[in-house]
Design a protein around this ligand. Structure first.
Ligand code: SF4
Length: 321
């Protein structure tokens, strides 16, 4: 993936002035700033030798800038009106994050949704368990989700078994995940739909997944990726949302994860969509923390627009104690 390089070429002056400019430049592709208002040829010509009234080149340049520039692009470059925006230095920032995540020792690496299902279960049950772990994960730390999933698996986490489990027992199994009472209802309703409409399997597309109670777009894209091995979109949670804004990976600040997802998908190459969630979630758990990010320990501190000085991991940990 190469960063697009736009070569700024000569600004074409309009009308006769523009033609004259090209002639003055020797008939080839002119380079440098042009003028918008059809500046007459003399302002583009060289000062006559010995002309004491002639302005120095810097003054001429300033005058041109004040009049406003019309930038043309060489034929082999990309028209800025139609080109895709992408953030500055994102490839270096991404490489740095990969380097910082190379040990795979963040909570998401040990307890994320792709670690919470029973590897020996049938494919249908495995997919159901992926869906359940993501449903439980909203507003809940990975450690708590993982513990609840372990209890559920011990109880027997299949659609049939869940339908025969009463609400009280289910509540005790998943407590203390965030909003556990609502999630008891979501699990029951979602499981009923899966059994009734999908023959005990989970839907294989985002449009139908988001119709299930308790499943939002972020979860749906992650379910598609983990359970069906299909990349349908970027799973943007609170970490991905925050870090994308800190690194200015969104053209304009975004207010909600769904807005961030659309903004990221507009420029991030599709082959990175699956990796980016995992990378940024772990990075957000260890370095780019929600409060007091550890910028002094971050390899991006010199190229991050939001870097703060003097906020190391050790300091953040001391503060938390
Ligand atoms: S420099 Fe700080 S704000 Fe920027 S990515 Fe690193 S930890 Fe996050």
């Amino acid at each position: 993936m190469l960063t697009r390089t736009m070569k700024r070429a000569t600004a074409a002056a309009k009308g006769a002035g523009g033609a004259a400019e090209k002639r003055a430049a020797g008939g080839g592709r002119a380079r440098g700033a042009g003028v918008q208002d059809g500046c007459a040829p003399p302002c583009l010509s060289e000062n006559a030798p010995g002309d004491s009234t002639a302005k120095p080149p810097q003054d001429r340049e300033r005058r041109r800038r004040r009049r406003g520039l019309v930038i043309e692009y060489e034929s082999d470059s990309i028209d800025p009106k139609t080109s895709r925006w992408e953030p500055q230095s994102w490839e270096r920032q991404l490489e740095n994050i990969r380097e910082m995540r190379k040990n795979k020792d963040a909570p998401v690496d040990q307890m994320g949704a792709n670690k919470c299902f029973d590897q020996d279960a049938t494919p249908k049950v495995m997919r159901y368990q992926v869906l359940m772990s993501l449903l439980l994960s909203s507003q809940t730390k990975d450690q708590v989700t993982s513990a609840a999933m372990e209890k559920l698996r011990g109880h027997g986490l299949s659609p049939e078994n869940m339908l025969h489990t009463d609400d009280k027992t289910l509540g005790e199994l998943i407590y203390p995940v965030g909003f556990w009472k609502s999630k008891v209802k979501y699990i029951k309703q979602t499981t009923e739909l899966i059994v009734r409409q999908y023959d005990g399997d989970i839907p294989d597309n985002v449009a139908e997944l988001v119709k299930l109670p308790g499943i939002g777009p972020k979860m749906a894209h992650l379910i598609m990726d983990i359970a069906w091995n299909k990349v349908s979109g970027i799973g943007v949670d609170t970490h991905v949302h925050r870090i994308a804004n800190r690194l200015k990976w969104v053209k304009k600040e975004t207010k909600a994860p769904e807005e961030t997802r659309v903004a990221l998908e507009s420029w991030l190459p599709r082959e990175l969509w699956s990796e980016i969630n995992w990378l940024l979630v772990g990075f957000g758990q260890q370095i780019c923390l929600p409060v007091s990010p550890c910028c002094s320990d971050c390899l991006n501190q010199d190229i991050c627009p939001s870097a703060r000085r003097g906020t190391s991991k050790a300091k953040a940990q001391n503060k938390a104690q």
